[in-house]
Design a protein around this ligand. Sequence first.
Ligand code: NAD
Length: 443
Amino acid sequence: MDHNRRNMIKSSAAIAAGATIFSPNMLFGNDDRKARIAFIGLGGRGRWHLRLCLERDDVEVKAICDIDPEAIELTNQMLKKAGYKNVPVYSEHEEIYQKMLEQGDIDGVIIATPWVWHTKMACAAMRAGIYAGIEVSAANTLEECWDLVNTYEETGTPCMILENVNYRRDIMAILNMVRQGIFGELIHMECGYQHNLWNVKFNPGVEFGPGSKGEARWRTQHSISRNGDVYPTHGLGPVSSMLDVNFGNRLMYLTSTASKARGLHHYIVKTAGEDHPNADVDFKLGDVITTVIKTANDETITVQHDTNLPRPYSLGFRVQGTEGLWMDVNSSIYLDGKSPEHQWEAAAPYLEKYDHPLWKRYEEKAVGGGHGGMDFFVDHAFVESIKRKVNTPLDAYDAAAWSSIAPLSEVSIAHGSEPVDIPDFTRGMWMKRKPKFALGDEY
Ligand SMILES: NC(=O)c1ccc[n+]([C@@H]2O[C@H](COP(=O)([O-])OP(=O)(O)OC[C@H]3O[C@@H](n4cnc5c(N)ncnc54)[C@H](O)[C@@H]3O)[C@@H](O)[C@H]2O)c1
């Protein structure tokens, strides 16, 4: 282990324990250093992260790992075009990423594999002293959530959940408004993942599982085996930052309710007819899952998972306090004493006025960077944290708390929507921890 890495680990272990440590390097960054990044999982999402990293002059790609020869081929074409020669490739079998992590010259790894691999790969990276950047959700079971936290605390190596929606421009402007008290004291939040995934869960046609394409190879199985909010973090991440979850607040308990499951079967019959063998598949995942969470500071959050029915995409945000609210579905704001009585105002002028300093600074670089620019910021934060040798702005506690909603909602649904406690993954540190997400205009 080199000297720098030992320093980094010391600092982040101290931060994990709640201490604030500043060295000159941490305050001013180490901008002439490059972040040496490797990638596990180079499907659609992994290659998108790679593309963003290739556009940066402070990232060096050190290794790639994927078990699909086509993904490797497409990745190699991108690397070649970017001027790379002989980047080590790890592709022989499902555990080959372990060997990659031993390569010795990797600072951070971006993990964009199917969900069941995320925690295992992230923990292996942390154990190797390598920053783990995990796609969402970070974990599928409660045990995995604890694995992330325990491994982070044992190794002191940072682990960032790559929740891009935290960096969406309107979300960051609303966060800015929340922090300036414009909505008063927060009372109730709504969010979710409301996205018709018919063409993702079945590809091509109504096919899924081995031999199909993209996420249909693995994601659809979760709709057969599980009934819960299997993808909670796109909604819960942004809302948690606004409510300071894990920083003076925490998620306490939830109740979850599932509707009947009809949408995926309906799609199969509509597309391929009742005689198609997949028309006999028994899908367990309710079409609309509604979870209500109570926080330690007494706010309520509803989280919806709605991916099996035809509908336009929306994360359904609502941020409501004693002075008014914002809703994204109608892009509107109402503020007591400011908006015309009982009438919505267009959110756009507010979003412009309260545009987050990060967006103001990096707008040019971010636009075109995927999902309206937010993908630029999530990778930027990961890379900058590595270069500065500091903890990441979204961390292992965030990854665990937000991802835990998936297994806990399954438990609640299985027991007639009974309340289920959400563990305190910070083991009491939430009472003292200070917010660290998007506080300035650097990363
Ligand atoms: N944040 C976002 O907006 C966003 C968008 C899309 C996907 N995602 C997430 O990113 C992840 C990947 O999604 P995707 O759409 O790229 O899926 P994908 O199926 O296109 O790609 C996954 C890749 O992982 C590879 N893989 C599987 N097991 C592996 C192993 N053991 N070792 C190495 N490689 C392995 C597969 O061969 C495949 O190329 C998922 O967790 C998904 O939820 C997030």
